[in-house]
Design a protein around this ligand. Structure first.
Ligand SMILES: *[C@@H]1O[C@H](CO)[C@@H](O)[C@H](O)[C@H]1NC(C)=O
Ligand SMILES: *[C@@H]1O[C@H](CO)[C@@H](O)[C@H](O)[C@H]1NC(C)=O
Ligand SMILES: *[C@@H]1O[C@H](CO)[C@@H](O)[C@H](O)[C@H]1NC(C)=O
Length: 370
């Protein structure tokens, strides 16, 4: 009898340690494109969209390329930091095992990826959103095997989710005549197709446990340097900007609708379109000196698609809105992140509060695998 009580005590203690050790850390799962990639594409050896050469990452850590398509931090880095959440490693980072995932989450973002499977096929290798969700399901399988279904369920419901894609569906699909979507669809029918796909994907994520999810909208993508060189005047492509605004309006509606219709969903939408548009028009008002050309550029031979070792850098990286032909600089990302935070209206997460021990279950959950 004594022995049984003792072993029960030991057993519940072990269970409590296991549960308290893992259960309550809040982490992020990030789904995105090059604006959020932190190294996946660098591990895709055939991908043509990689930030693997200098001067990418020059203002981050040791200054070596780290897979981010900018000189410093991404918008998701900055927002996560301000929420008090750890920065998740890239899915393909070899260090991302179960322990690391339970502490830090995972980032599935991939340069060139889109909401649609066919987007960015030109880059040969990239993870589209459906593929990223498939990889997330693989992660869930690993975590369930590690901590059991019940705790894993809680872990995934408490986690924060970021979904930040869409630019490539326009820039590297609909607006490029080499893609059949550019012939098959009109602005309206393409938007409808995108929204229908995104609705399915956000619903799928909910069915997989996502409850607290942020969707990032698009910026004035007709003003990225790459789009400007397409116009004879060097001005912004208004047609492209219009598409970004239509996308934002419709995605915002979709997110509000899903947040009401899906049980316990707290889905939020945030964009920084207006602020970035204003920065581009009035850079000096925001402490920038240049808002139309990339800081890292290869002389007059444009568009050099990416920043390369032979490129020259602008004198002051904090004064350029764009880092390369596609991507904002760290300084611009900071401004974008601050605007998103205002729109998304979230609170800082206190991991200490959250990790507070909770009572061990009265009945040991014998049915849960460990
Ligand atoms: C999109 O890709 C996923 C796998 O990445 C696949 O399961 C799905 O069937 C594809 N959808 C379409 C419409 O091709
Ligand atoms: C788009 O166009 C291509 C080529 O004309 C065709 O094969 C394909 O089925 C079309 N797709 C859709 C969804 O209409
Ligand atoms: C987090 O919560 C703990 C315990 O309630 C408290 O002591 C600590 O000051 C909080 N930290 C922040 C940053 O709010």
């Amino acid at each position: 009898m004594k022995l049984t009580v003792l072993s029960l005590v030991i057993y519940t203690t072990i269970i409590a340690i296991l549960i308290n050790g893992y259960n309550c850390k809040i982490v992020q799962f990030i789904f995105g494109d090059s604006l959020s990639d932190v190294g996946n594409n660098n591990k895709l050896s055939k991908s043509l969209a990689r930030a693997s050469l200098p001067w990418y990452g020059i203002d981050f850590g040791n200054g070596m390329p780290n897979g981010r398509f900018t000189n410093g931090r991404t918008v998701a880095d900055i927002i996560g930091d301000k929420m008090g959440l750890p920065r998740p490693p890239a899915f393909l980072d070899p260090s991302a095992n179960e322990e690391v995932i339970l502490e830090n989450g995972v980032n599935y973002a991939s340069g060139g990826g889109g909401i649609l499977n066919e987007t960015g096929s030109y880059f040969v290798q990239r993870f589209c959103l459906y593929k990223q969700i498939e990889l997330f399901q693989g992660t869930q399988y690993l975590i369930r095997a590690k901590i059991g279904n019940k705790e894993a369920g809680k872990f995934f419901q408490e986690a924060r989710y970021v979904v930040a894609l869409g630019s490539n569906d326009f820039i590297n699909n609909y607006l490029m005549p080499v893609y059949s979507d550019s012939w098959n669809y009109s602005d309206e029918t393409f938007l409808k197709y995108l929204m229908q796909t995104l609705r399915e994907q956000l619903t799928l994520l909910h069915s997989l446990g996502a409850r607290k999810l942020m969707v990032f909208g698009l910026g004035p993508m007709g003003c990225i340097p790459l789009q400007r060189v397409l116009s004879s005047s060097g001005g912004c492509q208004e047609k492209t900007n219009k598409l970004a605004q239509m996308f934002n309006t419709q995605t915002s509606k979709l997110v509000i609708e899903l947040s009401t219709s899906l049980p316990n969903a707290e889905y939020k939408f945030g964009d920084a379109y207006d602020v970035v548009n204003d920065v581009i028009t009035n850079p000096n008002d925001y402490g920038f000196s240049n808002s139309d050309s990339p800081c890292c550029s290869f002389g007059k031979i444009r568009p050099a698609l990416t920043c390369i070792p032979a490129s020259t850098l602008c004198k002051d990286r904090s004064k350029y809105v764009f880092w390369d032909e596609y991507h904002p600089s760290d300084a611009a990302n900071e401004l974008i992140a601050n605007e998103m935070i205002k729109k998304l209206g979230f609170k800082t997460i206190n991991q200490t509060d959250n990790a507070a021990p909770f009572p061990a279950p009265a009945v040991a959950p014998l049915s849960e695998g460990n």
